[in-house]
Design a protein around this ligand. Structure first.
Ligand SMILES: [Zn+2]
Ligand SMILES: [Zn+2]
Length: 405
């Protein structure tokens, strides 16, 4: 069926039907990824599955981006002039708890949206605009999207969208900025029984730092988050540990508050060094060419409102206004994308009360009950894209909001 450009509701119906018709393939896609959990930059199975799938659907696939072998860009109808939407697929898992963040469903929802948008493009004789599916690896601490931004992957995208499963529905949840830091103490080894006074104990420095940061929490704002683990704390009880490494995330809702938080934290890690006689080195995770961090998310309100309206048309119940934007989802490198092109990152429920990063959520992300919710999220993204692509005045308003805030 060929329909006119402005007939958005018909295009949206075509998009939703094509997603529903592909429900079997979509379920299989997320099941395959769920059954092969792969962490940060090791997502070879998911990468091959997704790129093969999109090739078969007629997308032009660039199978790697710069040095990132598990990233991809898949284009459809990008030769035409007109708005170009970017749809994100994440697919990395977590160590030990597998798909406890449900990124298999993010890949499924992204592909679902892409199939729907593609059907709508076809229905307009390819005049609606262009579509790019971005395969973004290593969201869990590897900053895949930051590398991809530096490679110019988002430079030709007019607006961008992804969704994230969790235990609540919010079209614009709170997404904090996040610094990922390694705190390394260096002391001096010695025999722990014969010559303990010759040693400088780096593990003690690490413990002092950990407890100081824990005490600091009492004076933190409710939206700040500080959490860390010990990665190295010595090798043998009879050797005074000469090295201790802690990995910490420091999060706050904006850059100024992140600076305030890091200044307070600096007192903790430096104080521990002084108390024990160790030296301390702080290292940011190195995303891309320069030291970067996960920014706070800048949701495009026009896009997130459209997404919510469409999801509500399927009966999805969102958190009330005011609460929805204050409910914390975490941090993501999608926030960095939101600073280079108008973007959304809605949160959607999958019929579980389990929190993300739990073994229970991993189970829920692989359950059949998650499927209808994931398809609705994909449909809502497709319908939002069609609204914006078919109405130049809406595209202009989206860009105007992006430039204003
Ligand atoms: Zn996660
Ligand atoms: Zn996640």
């Amino acid at each position: 069926m060929i329909v006119t450009m402005v007939d958005t509701s018909k295009l949206q119906k075509i998009a939703c039907e094509s997603i529903e018709n592909a429900s079997g393939e979509l379920h299989k896609l997320s099941q395959e990824i769920w059954n092969h959990p792969e962490t940060c930059y090791e997502e070879k199975f998911a990468h091959k599955y997704l790129t093969d799938f999109l090739k078969e659907k007629g997308f032009k696939v660039q199978p790697d981006i710069g040095d990132l072998g598990t990233a991809f860009r898949a284009e459809y109808n990008c030769d035409v002039k007109g708005p170009r939407v970017g749809v994100i697929c994440e697919y990395d898992a977590l160590p030990e708890i597998n798909h406890a963040c449900g990124h298999n469903l993010i890949a499924e929802a992204g592909v679902a949206a892409a199939l729907g948008i593609k059907a709508a493009i076809n229905a307009t004789s390819n005049t609606l605009g262009g579509l790019v599916v971005l395969g973004t690896p290593a969201e869990e601490g590897g900053g895949g999207k930051i590398f991809m931004i530096n490679e110019g992957c988002f430079a030709d995208i007019d607006f961008c969208m992804m969704v994230h499963p969790t235990a609540f529905n919010s079209a614009a949840p709170l997404v904090l900025g996040c610094h990922h830091l390694d705190i390394t103490y260096t002391g001096h080894s010695a025999h722990a029984a014969a010559f303990p006074w010759e040693g400088i104990n780096a593990l003690d420095a690490g413990v002092a730092c950990y407890t100081s940061l824990s005490m600091m929490r009492q004076q933190m704002k409710p939206t700040w988050r500080v959490h860390g683990v010990f990665k190295h704390g010595g090798v043998k009880p009879n050797i005074i540990p000469e090295k201790c490494v802690l990995k910490y995330y420091f999060r706050a809702p904006n850059n100024n508050e992140l600076d305030d938080l890091l200044l307070k934290a600096k007192g903790c890690w430096e104080g521990a060094a002084q108390a024990t006689g160790c030296s301390v080195k702080i290292q940011s995770y190195n995303f891309g060419k320069k030291e970067e961090f996960y920014c706070a998310m800048k949701h495009n309100k026009i896009l997130s409102n459209l997404y919510q309206q469409h999801a509500e048309s399927f009966g999805i119940k969102f958190l009330p206004n005011g609460i929805a934007e204050a409910t914390l989802l975490g941090s993501t490198d999608m926030a960095n994308v939101s600073l280079v092109t108008p973007s959304i990152h809605p949160a959607f429920t999958i019929n579980t009360s389990a929190a993300i990063h739990t073994r229970e959520f991993n189970k829920a992300a692989g359950s059949p009950e998650a499927q209808s919710y994931t398809r609705i999220a994909g449909k809502s993204m497709a319908m939002t894209s069609i609204d914006v692509m078919a109405k130049p005045e809406l595209m202009e308003a989206v860009v105007a909001e992006f430039n204003q805030v």
